[in-house]
Ligand binder design. Structure first.
Ligand code: DSN
Length: 463
């Protein structure tokens, strides 16, 4: 065998020493800083924004640093398709264990017979369920987006809205509450194949048993999208739909975990499903699995699945449970303060983590747009929200939506909710309204408020 000799004078290269996992994953933030200062600088800015402003967006949450660590690991490098034990690629022994762990923990958290941890998002989970059981043109019946529903439940602009025939139910115009008798009557007329319940802007308890009774009466499947309340459901702070709905879906970041989705099934997981083309009959869970891959997604995000496993373990803790009840208590306190100050809080309060306020009824000319933006100028982060029967467009709106998951996680309680309500009121009272989207905030007032917000947030650092 011919062996090439190094040229005279050449330096012999020593091969780099392999790091162990701990060394490889340590100080990833510093690694990013040296590799890409521009992104590092923006990431730092976002951390500072989250730490120094009040996070009151009901759809947002804050995951643990353990979840962040799981997201940023070498697991992200692995490609595979299929489910644990039945993969397309080799080298899956570790990711199979991780996915199996995530599934068993999810089942324990939600007392579910079946859990699918692969959906990339809550919307993806909904799309997997919808396309698993419906054929093009089939009927979906869901809460309208401007009535508190969610875009993925069949809004005209969404995927489901384009390929299925969708009709929406509304809340009552006088109480803004779901009217189950009216929903039943409409369902009897419309005869949907899929009834969807679950909301992104509804402050009251949802009666999942009632929805199931309606679905059964009209021969529909029931999907409960509990993205906004799944943390509360897991802790027992809101009734669970898992044994009422055929399918329960949720995003995993809204209850405080990594980005991603989850599909759960209870007593209906083995219900037989017959393919429309007359193909074989299979249990519902298997239909969902087949429509996840190869039906809807390719490689699952295995680092997110790893992080879901970490998060589901957190969800089983007493600390997590206490946090969920604290979120509801804080939301109730905050809503009560707004009511006390004369605001129009829809439905008169809340049973969950959020509530809606009609700001247009608070001051002449006030809009959701102005409320969101002038509060943000002062370090208070909320979102404007279209209200049921809103007279303003989606870009202007009459409402604001406030939620308490993050402030509660960071340790704020009743006294801070009083302060926050007072500050929001100060800003909304002081802002000069110049049009639907035009306003002026006195710069000295603005910087004073930002400082106070920052001081409060410093006492309750991100956990
Ligand atoms: N579902 C949206 C919301 O409630 O704001 C965000 O995903």
């Amino acid at each position: 065998m011919l062996v090439e000799k190094p040229a005279a004078g050449a330096v012999e290269r020593s091969s780099p020493k392999a790091l162990n996992s701990e060394q490889y994953h340590r100080n990833l933030s510093s690694v990013l800083e040296s590799a890409d200062r521009e992104v590092y600088r923006l990431l730092t800015k976002e951390y500072d924004r989250q730490q120094n402003t009040l996070q009151l967006i009901a759809a947002e949450n804050q995951c643990s640093r353990a979840v962040l660590a799981a997201l940023g690991s070498v697991v992200q490098n692995k490609t595979t398709e299929g489910f644990a034990g039945a993969r397309f690629h080799g080298g899956c022994e570790v990711v199979d264990c991780l996915e199996t762990l995530a599934v068993s923990r999810a089942r324990e958290v939600f007392k579910a017979k079946y859990a699918n941890v692969q959906p990339h998002s809550g919307t993806g989970a909904n799309q997997i369920v919808i396309t698993a059981i419906l054929e093009k043109g089939d009927r979906i019946f869901s809460q309208a987006m401007d009535q508190g529903g969610h875009v993925s439940h069949g809004a005209p602009v969404s995927f489901a809205g384009k390929f299925f025939e969708v009709e929406h139910y509304c809340v009552r115009p006088d109480t803004f509450l779901l009217d189950y008798d009216a929903i039943r009557e409409q369902a009897l007329r419309f005869r949907p194949k899929l009834l969807i319940c679950g909301a992104s802007a509804y402050a009251r308890t949802i009666d999942f048993a009632r929805f199931r009774a309606i679905a059964d009466e009209v021969g529909a499947y029931l999907m409960a999208d509990i993205s906004h309340i799944s943390g509360l459901v897991a802790a027992g702070a809101h009734p669970s739909p898992v044994d009422h709905a055929h399918f329960t879906t949720t995003s995993t970041y809204k209850p405080g975990g990594p980005r991603g989705g989850l599909i759960l099934m209870g007593r209906d997981s083995d219900t037989p499903f017959r393919m429309a083309d007359g193909g074989r009959t299979m249990p519902l869970w298997e239909r969902i699995e087949k429509n996840t891959f190869p039906g809807f997604q390719g490689t699952p995000c295995l680092n997110n699945i790893t992080a879901k496993a970490v998060f589901f373990r957190e969800m089983l803790s007493t600390e997590y449970r206490d946090w969920q009840f604290g979120i509801v208590e804080n939301a109730k306190t905050l809503a009560e303060q707004f009511l006390r100050m004369g605001y129009d809080v829809l439905t008169g309060g809340t049973d969950n983590h959020m509530f809606l306020v009609n700001v247009a009824n608070f001051r002449k000319g006030m809009t959701g747009f102005i409320a969101q933006h002038c509060l943000e100028d002062c370090g208070i982060i909320i979102n404007q929200n279209r209200l049921p029967y809103d007279t303003h467009s989606a870009r202007i709106t009459s409402g604001m939506r406030l939620g308490t998951p993050i402030v509660t996680k960071n340790g704020m309680g009743h006294p801070e909710m009083h302060t926050v309500a007072q500050w929001v009121n100060d800003v909304l009272t002081r802002v000069e309204i110049q049009g639907d989207r035009q306003y002026h905030v006195d710069p000295a007032f603005q910087s004073g408020m930002k400082e106070r917000v920052q001081e409060l947030c410093a006492k309750f650092p991100m956990r």
